[in-house]
Design a protein around this ligand. Structure first.
Ligand code: G16
Length: 540
């Protein structure tokens, strides 16, 4: 019986695979956030990811696996695909190797052999249940890739459900809800409405009786976040939240992330093109799949001030640390950052807030795991990708805590509601937006007061196209280059010439380029250092 099932599946895979042939000569790699490249090069990859998702679910006793089709902050012609594990986390790292092998199998025969090899090596019963759900963002290449994915799932005899257009974090949420449905701690209702209701309810509790939250204008990068944020705002109600949504033309597919969105604002350090801000009002930009957010405002002189992931992490860490102190609960808050974290933010966290910091390589998968080691782990990349994790034991401590006075009770209720408000699976722009607004409302702050907590060192991020980005190897959480040989010594010599100078180079995992980061005491010096380090990559 088992053998006939295996033969049947392999023959189906071989048959469907001929419809999704691999473009010759292209090398694929499961990178920082899955496979990500031109949508036109992804058909065979997505078909094969369908096969892998089916196996992953079988390996985990039929738990539901998610597949998200998105290229997030990348330009409109790109697309991407990534797998979501049962608790809504990124795919376990050891499976990334299988994903890369599947994607690069040269022939149908090689692909079926890889499929069987993984099943045998991991003792996966191909006759056991397999459950996969998937969704996509608004890109034009999405529907064709969905068809390829369905073929893969069908060939591998998986049960699947199409959740159509969602933000990436919504799919992570739904995956976790499905897999925890019958446990002692169900995460929520496994539907988009369930997601909106959970956030709306928590937001109302957290902000109850506090100052009217600041009005916020959100640039949705002309992506999926636009309609979703409107829906969320509708569920919360205008008495609680005053939101304007701009850059929400989801049908103008070529405008996705174009001159707007979180990546544009963070890397260019300027307003989305066409936005005319009022002084001291709060603005925010999402990215194309709404898993990142950055905030900003202009002052009376129309000067732009960015409130990025570091500022969000510091705000959240400060607020939660203070609530814990008031409640009297014995819990530790920690923050996880990457090499991109502004030097001033790390100093503020360590010297002023006195919270411990861990530094990991770029990629939320790394930060997420490091954050799980704290009772309450705040993690944000400077680009605005992040969340706050409450450990299971922290939740139990809070739930069973017996408050001695109304102040303590209030603080514990707020902490528990924050755990519901903040997406526990992955960085989520919508949930992070509500978190920031709720904190500002508690403190009766506007963006300027928030910004005054510490002053960023001027910094510059540059994207440099090189011949072969895989030649750039790093160590020390990507803060130092090991290869190309000699380059780090050259960077060190440059950095020494600048007060508060710091710079590093790393290969991007989502674009065919390397990134150069530089910071220094003044704007001029940070720019100059970035240019000099970028220049040293010429010809490489
Ligand atoms: C993805 C990852 C992030 C990472 C970003 C840029 O974000 O999820 O963790 O910071 O790519 O990565 P890299 O510098 O390696 O290109 P997103 O929002 O594009 O999914």
């Amino acid at each position: 019986m088992a053998d006939s099932i295996t033969r049947q599946q392999l023959s189906q895979i071989a048959k469907f695979s001929t419809l999704h042939t691999r473009p010759e000569g292209h090398k694929y790699a499961y990178g920082t956030a899955g496979f990500r490249l031109l949508g036109s090069l992804l058909d065979s990859v997505v078909f094969r990811v369908g096969l892998l998702a089916a196996l992953r679910s079988r390996k985990l006793d039929g738990e539901t696996i998610g597949v998200m089709l998105t290229a997030s902050h990348n330009p409109p012609d790109d697309n991407g695909v990534k797998l979501i594990d049962p608790q809504g986390e990124m795919l376990e790292a050891s499976w990334e190797t299988y994903a890369t092998k599947f994607a690069n199998a040269e022939t149908d025969d090689e692909l079926t052999k890889e499929y069987l090899a993984v099943a045998e090596a991991l003792k996966i019963n191909l006759d056991s249940p397999s459950n996969v759900i998937f969704a996509r963002d608004t890109r034009a290449s999405g529907p064709a890739l969905v068809a390829a994915l369905k073929d893969g799932l069908q060939a591998a005899a998986a049960d699947y459900a199409d959740y159509r257009i969602l933000t990436t974090p919504q799919l992570h949420y739904i995956v976790k809800c499905i897999n925890t449905r019958k446990t002692a701690a169900p995460y929520g209702d496994p539907s988009e409405q369930g997601y909106f209701d959970k956030l709306a309810t928590a937001f109302k509790i957290v902000t109850k009786g506090k100052a009217k939250p600041p009005v916020v204008t959100v640039d949705a990068a002309n992506g999926v976040g636009g309609p979703k944020i409107r829906e969320l705002a509708r569920c919360i109600g205008s008495d609680y939240l005053d939101i304007n949504v701009v850059k929400d033309e989801i049908d103008a597919v070529d405008r996705l992330n174009f001159q707007c969105g979180a990546d544009f604002v963070k890397t260019q350090q300027k307003l989305p093109v066409g936005l005319e801000p009022a002084p001291f009002e709060l603005y925010a930009s999402l990215d194309g799949d709404a898993d990142r957010i950055v905030f900003y405002y202009v002052d009376e002189a129309n000067k732009f001030h960015l409130l990025d992931g570091d500022k969000i992490a510091s705000l959240a860490a400060m607020f939660i640390r203070d609530l814990i102190a008031v409640s009297g609960v014995d819990l530790q808050v920690g923050v996880v950052q990457t090499a991109y974290a502004n030097g001033s933010s790390s100093k503020y966290l360590t010297d002023i807030l006195k919270v411990p910091i861990t530094v990991t390589p770029t990629g939320v998968k790394h930060l997420h795991h490091a954050a799980q080691l704290f009772d309450v782990g705040v993690y944000f990349e400077a680009n605005g990708h992040g969340t706050v994790l409450f450990s299971n034991s922290a939740m139990k401590t809070l739930e069973s805590f017996e408050a001695q006075n109304p102040g303590q009770q209030d603080a514990v209720t707020t902490l528990l509601s924050l755990a519901a408000l903040i997406n526990q699976t992955v960085g989520d722009a919508l949930s992070d937006l509500l978190l920031v607004i709720a904190i500002l409302s508690h403190k009766a702050w506007g963006p300027n007061e928030w910004n005054l907590t510490y002053t960023d060192l001027p910094n510059r991020l540059v994207r440099v196209v090189v011949k072969d980005r895989t030649a750039f190897k790093t160590e020390d959480a990507e803060r130092r280059l090991v290869e190309p040989k000699g380059l780090q010594a050259h960077i060190d010599a440059l950095v020494k010439k600048y007060k508060s100078g710091r710079s590093f180079v790393r290969a991007s995992g989502t674009e065919d380029a390397v990134r150069v980061y530089a910071e220094a005491a003044t704007r001029l010096e940070a720019d100059e250092l970035a240019v000099k380090v970028s220049d040293s990559l010429k010809g490489l």
